[in-house]
Design a protein. Sequence first.
Length: 403
Amino acid sequence: MITFEIGGRSIKPESIADAMEAMMLKAIAGQIREKIGSIRDPQTGEFPTIVMRGESLDDLSMHVEGSPALIEAVRSRMEDDETPPEQIDADETTTPRVFLSYTHENMELASNVANTWQSNGIDTWWDQWCISAGDSLRQKIDDGLDECTHFLVLLTPESIKKPWVNQEMDAGLVRRLNSKCRFLPVRYQLPASELPPLLSGMHAPEIGEDGDISQLVADIHGVTRKPPIGPKPETIASSDKTQTGYSPAANAVAKLFVQQSRHGRFADPQISTEDISKQTRLSLDDTQDALFELSPFFKDTSIHVLVQGSLFAEFDHYWMDWDTRDDALQLAADIMNDENFPSDCAEIAERYGWRARRLNPVATYLHERDLIVDYKVMGNGNFDIMRIVGKEAPLRRFVKSRR
């Protein structure tokens, strides 16, 4: 019998097409997650959630979830991409709407909860307010469930035995699984050990005898229990003022490499993750997140942090005395206008009075845009490229579009 091996697994001939497509799907999904997943809201530090759906290349789709600010950052970063996200949902910031599930034997407690919420900016669905004489019970309850952002069930020794309450909980759990609402189980005179099995893994706070639900009000409104935040480290505070489109932590890491590089080229400088953490005063976790956010500018961060020359082309103008974009335009124009313009990097640097630290990011900038011929060689002294030779038509269009 003939078999094939793909990815270390034996594959029958009749299954090879499906196996190859599965590997392609996995590779594509990985690339998309790596690219979009590293985008970060520069203010909150939030990363997007990427959902890949589809069983074949024909129905493969991507779903990106996050706050409106993060979604805008994703759109901004992806605006020139040929395959933008098919569906991007922003978290809605509307008035909370709570569906209150309870048994009528706990009417007094439910009334206290409903009135407290309603008077504290929480739109509450309570049957005593929302179902009138002649209304369809099923329709009204369905409407309340469909519109709720939070489903709260009062779990008492009486309510957990009621079929109607359990049916409402089933509906609330389904909405939670579909990410349509938060499910809030709240106990009153019910030990945690008596919770239904499906709820035993959830945090179910207990209301005391006084029925105080002030913490629930704060939770529903998203008020944090954390103490006030202290001042930021000086490195991060200074990076906050630099509007790069990246987070302050990423700015701090990029600034460190920009300011410590001698020649503005690959692997210059080489700094370990631990040393980056110490020098930026970021935690190790925040340092790793910042490196992940900046992953297009690093070749490898698993053992050694190897910076790419593209980082200097992107960030030099924030923290150096020159703007790589302007330098690139000047060099491109001079190459186009002067047929005797030198191609040797050392001669170009001498003509402009630049060091290799300034010229190398310019060469990288032009090379990334496919405007010059690739003359990258090893052992070329301090210069990343041996010669800078323009591609005539692309270089002409570049100069023309920016003059």
